[in-house]
Ligand binder design. Structure first.
Ligand code: FES
Length: 319
C-alpha cells in the first residue's frame, strides 16, 4: 500500500501583474524542484495564504508552461484572502501551492466544445483552451464570456490570439447581451458544455444542465459541497499506529491530526480542512468517516485525511 501524499510545493513569486480592473496575475516557479507536476487544463491549486487560510485558484496558464499562473480578483474586503494575496505579494516572495487538483477539464469523449465564463471564471477555461489548441477539431470551440463591463474582461489579448475558438464577449452595457441560459441551450451531437462564473450565472445555466445529459461540466469553488457520505458525529475513537505500536485517543473535540500532534507525532499538513491532501495517511483497517474533498473513492478505501475525517472504534494507521 503506498502512502498518498500531495505535499505543498514551496514556490517563488516570479511576476506580479496588477491590472486596473482589480485583477492581479501572479506567476510562480518551484523552489526545491525543477518543474511543477504536470496538470491538465481546468486544474486548480490550493494556495496557502497564511497559517489559517488556504484558497483554491485555477491554474490559468498554458499547462505546458514551466511556470504556474493564477489570477486573483480583489474583493475590496479588507483582510480577505484574495485581497491579501493580490496586494501583499511581490516578486521574490515565497508561497506554498498544492499539487494540481483536477476536478474540471476537457472530456476526451467530446467532439465539440462550448465554454461559458463569467468574470474571473474565465481562468480555468483559459487553460482548457490552451490544452484544446493541441487537439485538432473540425470546428472552432464556442466561447461565451460574460463581463459586467469591457474593462472587467481579463486575458482578452490571449483569447483573441486563439484561432481555434469562436470568442464572443458580452458586456453588461450591451443592449443585445444574451442571457447565460440562452447560450447554454440546444446542445449538439457530441458537444460538451463547460461553465464557470458567479453564482447568478451558474444558477441560470444550471436550469438547462439536464438537457446536456451528462455532457455539462462545471466548477464553482463557492459551491464545494460537504461530503454527503459523512456522518457528522464527533465521538472519541482510537488510532492504533501499526509501526510504533502506540494507540492514540482522538477526543470528541479534536481532529485525528490534532491528536497525533498532541502525542508528539510528526505529520505533514497544509490546509487543515481536507482540501490539499498533504496530511493523508494510510489506513490498514477500521471504519473511517470521510469528510475530505481531496481523496477519490478508490483512495478512501485505504487512506484518510486526518485533518478533518474521523473514525469509530479503532483505526489502524500505517505510522
Ligand atoms: S491538511 Fe490538507 S487535506 Fe489535510
Amino acid at each position: 500500500m503506498s502512502r498518498i501524499r500531495r505535499l505543498l510545493i514551496k514556490s517563488r513569486v516570479v511576476a506580479v501583474d496588477r491590472h486596473d480592473n482589480g485583477v492581479t496575475v501572479l506567476s510562480f516557479a518551484p523552489i526545491h524542484r525543477t518543474t511543477y507536476p504536470a496538470h491538465r487544463g481546468g486544474a486548480h491549486t490550493l494556495v496557502r495564504i497564511d497559517d489559517h487560510r488556504v484558497r483554491p485558484y485555477s491554474l490559468c496558464g498554458d499547462p505546458s508552461d514551466t511556470r504556474w499562473r493564477i489570477a486573483v480578483r480583489a474583493s475590496g474586503i479588507d483582510g480577505s484572502a484574495s485581497d491579501h494575496l493580490a496586494r501583499s505579494n511581490r516578486p521574490g516572495d515565497h508561497l506554498f501551492l498544492s499539487h494540481p487538483q483536477e476536478r474540471f477539464g476537457l472530456d476526451p469523449a467530446a467532439t465539440r466544445h462550448r465554454f461559458i465564463a463569467g468574470g474571473i471564471g474565465i481562468t480555468p477555461i483559459l487553460s482548457m483552451l490552451y490544452e484544446l489548441r493541441e487537439t485538432p477539431h473540425s470546428e472552432p470551440a464556442r466561447v461565451h464570456y460574460f463581463v459586467r463591463s469591457r474593462s472587467e474582461a481579463v486575458f482578452v489579448e490571449e483569447l483573441s490570439a486563439f484561432d481555434h475558438i469562436d470568442l464572443r464577449i458580452y458586456s453588461g452595457q450591451d443592449a443585445d447581451r444574451p442571457d447565460a441560459r440562452t447560450v447554454a441551450d440546444s446542445p449538439r451531437e457530441g458537444e460538451h458544455l463547460y461553465y464557470c462564473g458567479p453564482p447568478r450565472m451558474m444558477a441560470r445555466i444550471n436550469q438547462v444542465h439536464d438537457l446536456w445529459a451528462g455532457r455539462a461540466h462545471t466548477e464553482s469553488f463557492a459551491a464545494m459541497p460537504a461530503n454527503p457520505t459523512s456522518v457528522t458525529t464527533n465521538d472519541a475513537f482510537d488510532l492504533r499506529l501499526l509501526k510504533s505500536g502506540r494507540t492514540i485517543r482522538v477526543r470528541a473535540r479534536e481532529t485525528p491530526l490534532q491528536a497525533l500532534v498532541r502525542a508528539g507525532i510528526q505529520v505533514d499538513y497544509g490546509c487543515g480542512v481536507g482540501l490539499c491532501g498533504t496530511c493523508v495517511l494510510d489506513v490498514g483497517a477500521g471504519v473511517v468517516d470521510h469528510r475530505d474533498h481531496c481523496l477519490t473513492d478508490a483512495e478512501r478505501a485505504s487512506a484518510m485525511a486526518p485533518c478533518i475525517s474521523r473514525g469509530s472504534g479503532t483505526l489502524d494507521i500505517l505510522l
